[in-house]
Design a protein around this ligand. Structure first.
Ligand code: NAP
Length: 454
């Protein structure tokens, strides 16, 4: 089957590619299973050398990769280049730290010797989204390779050239054949791949809808899975917040990547004492985001990745407005654009509106006004999501106490929520389970094996 890729900036078909047939999938599954024994037997030093070479390749090919990201999902050039650099740094980080994370852990018992040993599990299937088409893949791949696992990637169907470039880069870095490959397949074929006995586990970064389907399949097969799903992060502004810092951060967190970030601030929960001042300045700052061609250095708001996603977002805005939300900025698709949506701020958002209850995966901020800190916490936790959240206050101790009560995988004080290779990343509630990055991430797809010598 031929898939057409539409450039979100121009609306024109830029690229066509073929999905794999059954034989193509079988050949890659066989190669992965065949590559695992030798790859898992390599030393950590050998794997680290390959990972460093992959990092160097990423930097060498950064312009090609940026070009593909910008063409396929509309990422701003400057953001795409920063993403490639982040991936290269993550490769280096795991090359430097994996030996420490994977060393056997002695445990004192009555045995002569007892310890935990970390062993690779085999082929891990990675299903990835388009919003950070390189970073989402490398934050899984770098630890997976160091762990001694092999991997197959099913990337989002709108970023095939990004997937192919990842394949080229890892091969150029010296990764042996079969240790990694790309499967250009649809979701039914993906379900079959997950059922294959040679695939030992699956990791998904994507929507809850995909999460329910893949986790159900993994559960049916009794295979380990990690789910990195959607979020509706709270950005809580307390009465003593430094508004200059909070507003800069609010604009960056909500509108970078055209708002298509799982850990973007989505619900701006502001206490009454500062609500007018915050909202007025936030609207002014949002209005400075300039929509345009993502390859143009003057553009500060990129198109959304696809027109259907933009239309879905607009429906959520309209439904929220019908229930009483007020549009303070934006609120209508960018005239004449294929997938453009302006930086939008909705005020007076409350329960029962999509802007309160659902994830808004685009450049729309929902301002929710609350009486005080206690109500702010209640509203911050009044969501089925639990990915991240942030709180803004000049009293660090107050912020830390608030952060500890937020029901999510990562709570930041006076900082936007960000993924950092040194810190574990993942959600709670319906944002998923399992962790990526740091030491926790590398252990997810390993057999944590107990050795006991009496
Ligand atoms: P998506 O539609 O769920 O797609 C993600 C990936 O899953 C794509 O490769 C997609 O393939 C695949 N997929 C979808 N349904 C599937 C199924 N039934 N079986 C197998 N594969 C399936 O999500 P998206 O629109 O690309 O990404 C946006 C969502 O991802 C947002 O909710 C966002 O918050 C979340 N996200 C979470 C994180 C995190 O770390 N927690 C990070 C980034 C994004 P096709 O493209 O072929 O459909």
């Amino acid at each position: 089957m031929t898939v057409e890729i539409v450039n979100p900036t121009t609306g024109r078909v830029d690229y066509r590619h073929e999905l794999l047939d059954k034989a193509g999938i079988e050949q890659r599954l066989q190669a992965a299973a065949g590559a695992f024994p030798a790859w898992s037997a390599t030393s950590l030093q050998e794997r680290a050398a390959v990972l460093r070479a992959i990092g160097a390749q990423l930097r060498e090919r950064k312009d090609d990769i940026q070009g593909a990201m910008t063409r396929e999902m509309g990422k701003l050039k400057v953001e795409a280049l920063a993403e490639v650099e982040k991936c290269a740094a993550a490769c280096e980080y795991y090359a430097d730290h994996a030996a420490d994370y994977l060393k056997p852990q002695l445990i004192d018992t009555e045995a002569q010797r007892s310890y935990v040993r970390y062993e690779p599990i085999g082929c891990v299937f990675a299903v990835m989204p388009w919003n950070f088409p390189i970073w989402q893949v490398f934050r899984f791949l770098a630890p997976a390779f160091m762990a001694g696992n092999v991997a197959l990637l099913k990337h989002a169907s709108n970023v095939p050239q990004c997937a192919d470039l990842i394949n080229e880069v890892v091969r150029a870095g010296g990764l042996p054949d079969g240790v990694f490959d790309v499967l250009h397949i649809d979701n039914d074929q993906a379900a079959d791949v997950l059922r294959d006995r040679r695939v030992k586990a699956v990791t998904l970064t994507g929507s809850e809808r995909a999460g329910r389907s893949i986790a159900a399949n993994a559960g049916d097969q009794l295979k380990k899975c990690v789910m990195e799903l959607g979020g509706s992060d709270a950005f809580v502004v307390l009465d003593d917040a430094d508004l200059d810092k909070a507003i800069d951060a609010a604009v960056k967190s909500r509108f970078d990547n055209s708002g298509q970030t799982c850990i973007a601030a989505k619900r701006f929960i502001v206490v009454e004492a500062v609500a007018d001042a915050f909202t007025e300045r936030f609207v002014a700052a949002a209005g400075e985001r300039r929509y345009g061609d993502p390859a143009d250095a003057r553009t500060t708001l990129a198109p959304m990745a696809r027109a259907d996603l933009r239309d879905e977002l607009h429906k959520q805005v309209q439904a929220s407005v019908a229930k009483g939300a007020r549009v303070l900025a934006g609120g209508e698709p960018v005239d004449g654009s294929h997938a453009g949506y302006p930086a939008t701020v909705l005020d007076q958002v409350g329960p029962g509106m999509p802007a309160y209850d659902e994830e808004l995966f685009g450049p729309v901020a929902a301002v929710i006004r609350v009486k005080d800190e206690a109500e702010a916490l209640k509203v911050a936790n009044d969501t089925r999501f639990g990915l991240g959240g942030s709180v803004w206050t000049t009293d660090a101790a107050r912020g830390e106490a608030f952060a500890q009560q937020m029901e999510c995988g990562a709570a930041f004080v006076n900082s936007i929520v960000k993924s950092d290779v040194r810190l574990p990343f993942g959600g709670s509630k319906e944002s998923g389970f399992g962790r990526e990055l740091a030491e926790h991430g590398i252990h997810e797809f390993m057999n944590i094996k107990t050795i006991y010598v009496a």
